[in-house]
Design a protein around this ligand. Structure first.
Ligand SMILES: Cc1ncc(COP(=O)(O)O)c(C=O)c1O
Length: 292
């Protein structure tokens, strides 16, 4: 049985309900985070907490819990769901905060509402060996999202529609293009290898500042791998030797086909292999309690 946390209580998933007047349901008026935990230890916790705070600030919602309350609550949730997580106890936490419920539907902020706080954790499946062998396909699509993609808002309809369009085309991700520049995936950040250099688009309001992206940059810097935060034009993307997408749950995934054409040799590239090993070693440090 999966446990969830809802507004101060732990309860079985089947029993968790929010009112139909919740502004998350009516307006998508809320934010969320996804945080992996390896061996029961929250991965990059301070970074996720800071991004949650930035998202809450972005929608002008006061953080309903202190840092310690968030951590205690999530650690208890991970413990309660330990039995369903299997031997390695690797789980992904999803947490969501909405502006709560008000009796009357009105766009402007209601007074005196209490935010709705929800969290759930699910086992992280072991990596799919087919991805390391073959990589995945992606397509490019015009970015139809709003101008505050740096807020991790639950309002994800453009991301949902674009991802479905990618899946309908036989791909697993859409790389979104705005004003001729490749920005990120529908639920991932973007890296490319061009002329032996690793590049990723710079942070902006058009992109979610990914925690995995930042870790890849850190690992690159620590290991002497040159990496530029620079604009990536759609034509550069089309000529890249390697393309990767990164996210907390998918980690670092090699894109080996873009818009039906092979990327580089059409197989996962050597720099991807190196970075995946560095990332795997970092996770092992977290499991052992020597990194966070
Ligand atoms: C739009 C978008 N970009 C990037 C990411 C990757 O962020 P992170 O590495 O923090 O999971 C996500 C994650 O869900 C996302 O939704």
């Amino acid at each position: 049985m999966a446990w969830v946390y809802l507004n101060g209580r732990f309860l079985p998933l089947e029993e968790a309900c929010v009112p139909v007047t919740d502004r998350g349901f009516l307006f998508g008026d809320g934010v969320y985070e996804v945080i992996p935990a390896y061996g029961g230890r929250l991965f990059r916790w301070p970074h996720h907490l800071q991004r949650l705070q930035n998202s809450l600030d972005g929608i002008r919602l006061v953080n309903p819990l202190s840092d310690a309350q968030w951590r205690d609550m999530l650690e208890e949730l991970l413990l309660r769901n330990r039995a369903q997580a299997g031997g390695d106890n690797d789980q992904a936490v999803y947490l969501q905060v909405t502006r709560g419920s008000a009796p009357k539907r009105d766009h402007c902020f209601p007074r005196d509402t209490v935010p709705t706080v929800y969290a759930v954790s699910n086992p992280i499946p072991p990596p799919d060996p087919a991805i390391a062998r073959d990589g995945v396909a992606a397509v490019t699509l015009a970015d139809s999202r709003w101008a505050r993609c740096d807020i991790k808002a639950v309002t994800l309809l453009p991301n949902v529609l674009s991802r479905q369009q990618a899946v309908d085309a036989g791909a697993s991700e859409a790389i979104l293009i705005r004003d001729g520049l490749a920005i990120e995936g529908t639920s991932s950040n973007l890296f490319v290898v061009c002329d032996q250099r690793l590049c990723t688009p710079p942070k902006s309001a058009y992109m979610l500042p990914g925690i995995t992206r930042d870790l890849v940059l850190e690992l690159a810097a620590r290991n002497g791998i040159a990496c530029d935060e620079t604009d990536i034009g759609a034509s550069t993307l089309a000529q890249a030797g390697e393309i990767w997408i990164t996210s907390s749950t998918r980690e670092i995934v090699p894109v080996t086909r873009l818009d039906g054409q092979a990327v580089g040799t059409g197989a996962p590239g050597p720099l991807w292999r190196t970075m995946s090993e560095l990332y795997r070693d970092y996770k092992a440090e977290v499991r052992a309690g020597r990194a966070h």
